[in-house]
Design a binder for this molecule. Sequence first.
Ligand code: KG4
Ligand code: ZN
Length: 339
Amino acid sequence: MLILGIETSCDETSASLVEDGKKILSNIVFSQIEIHKKFNGVVPELASRNHLVKIIPILQEALQGFDWKDIDAVAAVNGPGLIGSILVGFTAAKGIAYARHKPLIPVDHISAHMYAPHLFHEIEFPYIGLVVSGGHTLLFLVHSFSQFEMLGSTMDDAVGEAYDKTARVLGLGYPGGPLIDSLAKKGNLERLPDWMDIPLLLPDKGKDRYNFSYSGLKTAIAYRLKKFDLNEENIPDVALLFQEKAIEMLLRKSRNALKDFQIRRLVVSGGVAANSHLRKKLDDLKKDSIEVFTAPLEFCTDNAAMVAGRGYADYQLGKIGDLRTEVYSRLPFVKKGKK
Ligand code: KG4
Ligand code: ZN
């Protein structure tokens, strides 16, 4: 079954053709980073306007060499994300489905991220699923494609958002994740004074055993910088300090879930899964006989291949939409703030 996937939930316009949820025949991604860079973050109105400009050329590029009759269904993200941006991609999908008499598969963006490693690996259920992106930090117990429980989430900022905000504090620009990641490689914590250290964030006791919190980390860095003479030479050290703490929390909470549910399989997805420090630490988990699955770097950040793949799984489950299917901006089960 050949599925056309469409992703426009944030600042990437992407279209992809995937066969049977596995074989990627095309995956075209246009990133709007250059457009949003000067604002130090994504401007929603600019994002939707630029999706409008790009959606047709990107679709044409992804479909090159294929005929409409080869395509069995159209899958597009209908949430969560920037509502104006999602509307562009999802409305395009509705138009294609209507004009070409193809089934329309509405795809949840988070489920699509979680599917990305499945494009490349055979992964058995159950597993612990960690989704780490610019908008979400979520921990799931995944029983199957249709059955999963949310164990924890961030109570404030998402980890990718914390990367982006801390990069701003350090004067590095946007997007902060890759910038901090590459600078941190040159960092050395021993060069930092003791008072720069940050204590353990969000301990594992009680209801917060699987939850995350990132606004405290970002603020702790900002406060320490008031007394610290930040310069070209020591920026990598501060970047490393932030990165070690940010990634440590992801691993600690994931380990809690693996241990409590006696599961030896972890699937990590979302833009922050491209982080080199996290990937190295995940390799260490493998030494403890935990199977760890991630997607190649370019399939961690937003792309339409993961949407087409997830669309295939959803189609098998009978999750098909129509012209009345709505778009949404937030996950209904995630509530930020103290629980
Ligand atoms: O999944 P994604 O492309 O979009 C959302 O669904 O949010 O994730 C984007 C986020 C951004 O916050 C970006 O800074 C972060 O992923 N990111 C990284 C890295 N590459 C992208 N964070 C840390 N290290 C990276 N190498
Ligand atoms: Zn995403």
